[in-house]
Design a binder for this molecule. Structure first.
Ligand SMILES: Cc1cc2nc3c(=O)[nH]c(=O)nc-3n(C[C@H](O)[C@H](O)[C@H](O)COP(=O)(O)OP(=O)(O)OC[C@H]3O[C@@H](n4cnc5c(N)ncnc54)[C@H](O)[C@@H]3O)c2cc1C
Length: 400
């Protein structure tokens, strides 16, 4: 069997690795748009911060693909998918046929229609090439404005600050990490970020990026200005839908797949940031990883359903341990929210319970209990009788 994979990001790479684990005979051919072998994107943050050297960005040692008998063609993007003849079209008139195709072409940075966003000196971060462009832009020690106070925006701000630049983050919402945190958690995070010398402006929209040749700053709605010689936009991502839509595959907010990660065409599967499964577009590592692996099973004919991923993030945002799992800002009735804040230690914990089952949690300032609470939320564990003690540091999770 010949499997073609479009994209060598996390989903494409995990799928190739898994197909090879399950089946030593299949031919695996990856077409990649980027010129680099697979690297985990979070490494770009440490690279920009100067904490990870270039050679250590990559996930696998040199020659890994060859040892795995995975053929990869870098800088050779698929231009067209031809589902009827089971072929993909590449540069020139070259065509390659497949028995099964996996679309793992991911997502791209979203650049909102802000006046001046197309100028030199305005960056976004998705790829290693983007990271290198940002580092080059930083060389002149400019002031930097980051548009977007989500996870990526804050991590970029931290990395740039670590290089000694003055940084200001501008966020449209009235709090940081609006998707992952509640008001109290976001306020804690804000004071931690400000203590690193990063300025934050909340509840403001950027109207224009000022400059003519050289960036001068941001003009905000209402008239205020933020002085900056360089701008990084971190306003989310959008699935790459052009290629599958042109091939006639069903798309919505993402490329639509069923529980076997199959698209609307039976020989074409899809995984990663580009897909929409049961109405959800995830855009996170745990989902792309699981989808890539699960798609591989179905591609080689071993039936394996994918039931979705409970969104969870455990990371050191600007040096503070932050975990957010499941539903953390419930809307409507029927939810119980329990919080605990220890001012001395700076530890904040919150759980969200629905019909006696744990459906969400926030853990800030500690890693203790993070694995256990993540597992319990994922399994929707019943916790009614422990609601009042579950947030104690001494709570014994083995009773759940
Ligand atoms: C700096 C940064 C930090 C992040 N940190 C976290 C984190 O801490 N936690 C977390 O959960 N998530 C994080 N993410 C998100 C995470 O990286 C993504 O969820 C993950 O990379 C998705 O993998 P993917 O393979 O689906 O897509 P992608 O990583 O987007 O890979 C898709 C690949 O397909 C290629 N491609 C596109 N079109 C074609 C074509 N026509 N032909 C061939 N190749 C093509 C693209 O060039 C790309 O290399 C971060 C993202 C960034 C940018």
């Amino acid at each position: 069997m010949k499997v073609i994979i479009i994209g060598n990001g996390l989903a494409g790479t995990m799928a190739a690795k898994t197909v090879r684990e399950l089946d030593s005979q299949s031919e695996i051919l990856i077409f990649a748009e980027e010129r680099h072998h697979y690297y985990p994107r979070p490494n770009l943050i440490e690279y920009i911060a100067g904490k990870l050297p270039y050679e250590r960005i990559f996930a696998f040692s040199e020659g890994w693909q060859t040892r795995q008998k995975i053929d990869i063609e870098l800088e050779n993007p698929v231009r067209k998918i031809l589902p009827k003849s089971k072929e993909v079209e590449l540069a020139g008139t070259r065509r390659e046929s497949y028995d099964k195709l996996l679309i793992a072409n991911g997502a791209s940075s979203f650049v909102p229609p802000i006046q001046g966003a197309g100028q030199r000196g305005v960056f976004s971060l998705r790829t290693l090439d983007d990271a290198q462009a940002i580092l080059e832009g930083l060389q002149s020690g400019r002031r930097v404005a980051v548009i977007g106070g989500g996870l990526l925006g804050l991590e970029i701000a931290r990395a740039i600050r670590a290089r000694g630049a003055e940084v200001e983050v501008v966020e449209f919402f009235d709090r940081l990490l609006p998707r992952q945190l509640d008001g109290q958690g976001a306020a804690l995070l804000r004071s931690q970020i400000e203590s690193l010398g990063i300025a934050i402006r909340l509840g403001v929209a950027t109207e224009e990026i000022l400059g003519n040749g050289d960036i001068q700053g941001l003009k905000l709605k209402g008239g205020d200005e933020v002085k900056a010689g360089m701008v990084v936009i971190a306003a989310g991502v959008r699935p790459n839908l052009g290629l599958p839509a042109d091939a006639g595959l069903t798309t919505d907010r993402g490329l639509v797949v069923d529980d076997r990660l199959r698209t609307s065409h039976p020989q074409i599967f899809a995984a990663g940031d580009g897909i929409q499964h049961r109405g959800k577009v995830y855009g996170i590592i745990p989902a792309s990883f699981e989808q890539g692996r699960t798609a591989a099973y179905n591609i080689i004919g071993e039936d394996k359903p994918y039931g979705g991923t409970v969104p969870s993030n455990t990371l050191k945002v600007v040096g503070l341990d932050v975990t957010s799992v499941g539903l953390v800002n419930p809307e409507g009735s029927g939810f119980e929210e329990v919080r605990k804040f220890n001012k001395e230690s700076g530890i904040y914990k919150k759980i969200v319970v629905q019909d006696g089952a744990l459906v969400g949690a926030i853990w800030i300032g500690t890693k203790k209990g993070v694995n256990e609470i993540t597992r319990a939320v994922t399994a929707r564990t019943k916790v009614s009788q422990y609601v009042n003690v579950l947030l104690e540091d001494s709570f014994d999770f083995s009773v759940l």
